[in-house]
Design a protein around this ligand. Structure first.
Ligand code: PDD
Length: 286
């Protein structure tokens, strides 16, 4: 069965799903995206992803292509048509196709391009890597200054993952002015003496939907949280480290730049947060 992809109102086999070469997303990376997880055929944290999409669009003066209700119906339709139990829905909205290449934004009324597709990941929540953890390297953060907008400009994060791979690691944490901003496609945390430390929200990092949920659940579980920058050296001296994202949930980090974190194995705080996040998110999945 061919994957069914959503393109501007149509559900098409992936071979027939096409956008213009003049699309602003293709020519200018002028578009935003969301990755939302599906577990047991249900969508996790939909409201959070829909709210962040609206915010990203608003920050770029792009109109919302549809209502949240229409978006949810479309996600559900894609999940059903592709028989997804566990996986992701990828959504991209671009400033559309003005019919030519021009730096100026297209005239008002130019229709946005909306594309969405599913990714099938059976057993996503039971990822065995969560039991062993990942290794990260540090790289300079040379991205643009509005990382709070979830744009499709992913060249540097992509390069960062390749640099990690070349170094025998799994991912990279980006560093700016001496402090960790975030992972290439995830938010970064350390744990010291029971306190969860993660950089505060600003234009420097993406406002992770998983981050918001995990910090809420951690606070409800009476865990201590400090939202502040931290250095690679502090992280290397921490008891634990981990990342969060819609597709990785809570994933332990056991090594940074070749230095083992704590015991060098997956720690109790990350393990507990992963369990809480999965249980709570599943309970509210729609
Ligand atoms: N990435 N920071 C960056 C730079 C990201 O790209 C992501 C998500 C996150 C975590 O956000 P959330 O918890 O809302 O997924 C933080 C997605 C998963 C991706 O690009 O595939």
């Amino acid at each position: 069965m061919s994957r069914i992809v959503y393109v501007n109102g149509d559900y098409l086999p992936e071979e027939e799903a096409k956008v213009s070469v003049f699309d602003r997303g293709f020519l200018m990376a002028d578009g935003v995206y969301e990755v939302t997880s599906v577990l047991g055929g249900k969508i996790l944290d939909f409201d959070g992803h829909a709210a962040r999409l609206s915010r990203s669009l608003g920050e770029l003066q792009m109109d919302a292509p549809c209502s949240d209700e229409e978006l949810l119906a479309m996600f559900r339709e894609l999940v059903a048509r592709n028989e997804i139990e566990d996986g992701m829905v990828y959504l991209q909205v671009t400033r559309g196709n003005p019919g030519d290449r021009d730096f100026a934004f297209p005239p008002a009324g130019t229709a946005p391009t909306i594309v969405a597709f599913t990714q099938n990941k059976p057993g996503l929540a039971e990822n065995p890597v969560a039991k062993t953890g990942i290794k990260v390297i540090s790289i300079p953060d040379i991205r643009w200054g509005r990382r709070d907008i979830k744009t499709v400009q992913l060249l540097y994060p992509s390069m960062g993952k390749m640099m990690a791979k070349a170094a025998g690691a799994d991912d990279a944490w980006m560093v700016e002015d001496g402090a960790v901003t975030e992972g290439t496609s995830n938010n970064a945390y350390i744990v010291k003496d029971g306190v969860i430390i993660t950089r505060q929200l600003s234009e420097d990092i993406l406002h992770g939907i998983t981050r918001a949920a995990v910090l809420k659940f951690a606070a409800e579980a009476q865990m201590k949280i400090e939202e502040r920058p931290f250095t690679i050296e502090e992280a290397q001296g921490a008891d634990e480290a981990f990342i969060t994202s819609a597709s990785a949930f809570v994933m332990p980090v056991i090594e940074i730049d070749g230095t083992a974190i704590g015991s060098g194995t997956v720690g109790p705080v990350a393990t507990r947060l992963r369990e809480i996040y999965l249980a709570e998110s599943l309970a509210t999945a729609i």
